[in-house]
Write a protein that binds this ligand. Structure first.
Ligand code: GTP
Ligand code: MG
Length: 374
């Protein structure tokens, strides 16, 4: 992984660079302040200052978050291509979230699959006019709270379902706050328009108080009237999702090793640990050595949203995998490593650290963000 310059190491250790240069000199290394130091040299210097760094480097190396964002990404924008948006649906109880998810899926099921299709995992992908959209089926609130608590951002767009006969309710407001905090664009689906008591103007009026002003009223919030039950307005809603996605310019690099987030996981009889992953960058293949949260393994089998076995899956694709040594948690990050040995090492270290942490045994010297800004 990364190296540090003498000056950077000095800052991390809170020491003068001149002192470090002197110590390097004593070790027979002539260095300048901007000299890049490798891992071994950094360890030597840290030892000189009585700082146990060996473990710290290991910890940073096992920090999937650091890995996720920074390490080992061939930052080659030329390889970045458009990726499908990942959409979650939020809204108050009974306002029609599940009905909408079903309706979208049914609208887009191809003839050949009709009847035979059952959703196998808590996410699915549709294709409309050659463009894909991934929908997460996890209850929107849970997706935002558990995943955000873990620092994972999975959603690109959120659909706020508001029943036109009921209007803005407590969980509607909660959903708006979650989406705003996560900086995720909102599309308002004004649902149950088929009902005689539907009052979309009231919904618009109430949402204005929460910063969502309809375009018709001079704002920039997108409102789409729908009936999830009757399948009306679904096409318009999908068009709006694609429009918002286009503006967001979502990109990923399918040529790098996969990384992403666990959507859900459980122990499956016969198959062992089964985890639904959302691939956020790169491409995941059967056989890939992988660290998932505090567990690891090799991707044994991969199953698509419609229950088909697949060999590889690219950005924004949800897949279920087997082959992990243990069951990870929703919101956990995953990263594919080059070789199984490294994956196992890191996975095992993370597992034992998690146990230590739960026992409150975390008592080591911290140089926490040693490689963080690298
Ligand atoms: P929770 O998961 O419990 O929060 O509810 P939900 O938001 O998933 O709502 P769900 O889709 O289960 O719908 C609740 C009820 O509203 C069901 O009886 C649906 O049939 C009904 N419903 C949903 N959409 C519509 C619609 O467009 N029109 C009418 N008339 N009823 C609808
Ligand atoms: Mg529901």
């Amino acid at each position: 992984y990364e190296s540090l310059t003498v000056a950077e190491l000095g800052r991390k250790l809170g020491r003068e660079p001149s002192g470090i240069i002197k110590k390097l000199f004593m070790l027979g290394i002539m260095a300048t302040i901007n000299q890049e130091l490798d891992e071994d040299t950094i360890e030597l210097i840290c030892a000189e200052y009585g700082v146990e760094v060996e473990e710290e480097i290991r910890i940073d190396y096992t920090d999937l978050e650091v890995y996720f964002e920074e390490v080992d990404v061939e930052k080659n924008e030329a390889n970045e291509i458009e990726r499908p948006p990942v959409v979650t649906i939020m809204g108050h109880v009974d306002h029609g979230k599940t009905t909408l998810l079903d309706s979208i899926r049914n609208t887009k099921v191809t003839q050949g699959e009709a009847g035979g299709i059952t959703q196998h995992i808590g996410a699915y992908q549709i294709e409309n006019k050659g463009k894909k959209i991934t929908f997460l089926d996890t209850p929107g609130h849970a997706a935002f709270t558990t995943m955000r608590a873990r620092g994972a951002k999975v959603t690109d767009i959120t659909i706020l379902v508001v029943a036109a006969d009921d209007g803005v309710m407590p969980q509607t407001i909660e959903a708006i706050n979650h989406a705003k905090a996560a900086d995720v664009p909102i599309i308002v689906a004004v649902n149950k328009m088929d009902k005689p008591t539907a009052n979309p103007d009231r919904v618009m009026q109430e949402l204005t108080d929460h910063g969502l002003v309809a375009e018709a009223w001079g704002g920039d919030a997108i409102f789409v009237p729908i009936s999830a039950l009757k399948g009306e307005g679904i096409e318009e809603l999908i068009d709006m999702i694609l429009l918002v996605a286009e503006v967001a310019e979502l990109k990923a690099n399918p040529k790098i090793r996969a990384r992403g987030t666990v959507i859900e996981a459980q122990l499956d009889r016969g198959r062992g640990s089964a985890a639904t992953l959302l691939i956020q960058d790169g491409t995941l293949h059967v056989g890939d050595p992988i660290v998932v949260g505090n567990t690891y393994g090799r991707v044994r089998a991969m199953i698509s949203d419609i229950g088909r076995r697949v060999k590889e899956a690219g950005p924004s694709t949800p897949v279920e995998i087997t082959g992990l040594s243990d069951v990870p948690q929703a919101g956990d990050r995953f990263v594919v490593f080059e070789d199984e040995k490294t994956a196992r090492q890191i996975g095992e270290t993370r597992a034992s650290e998690a146990i230590q942490e739960s026992r409150g045994e975390k008592t080591r010297i911290t140089l926490d963000n040693l490689f963080e800004q690298m």
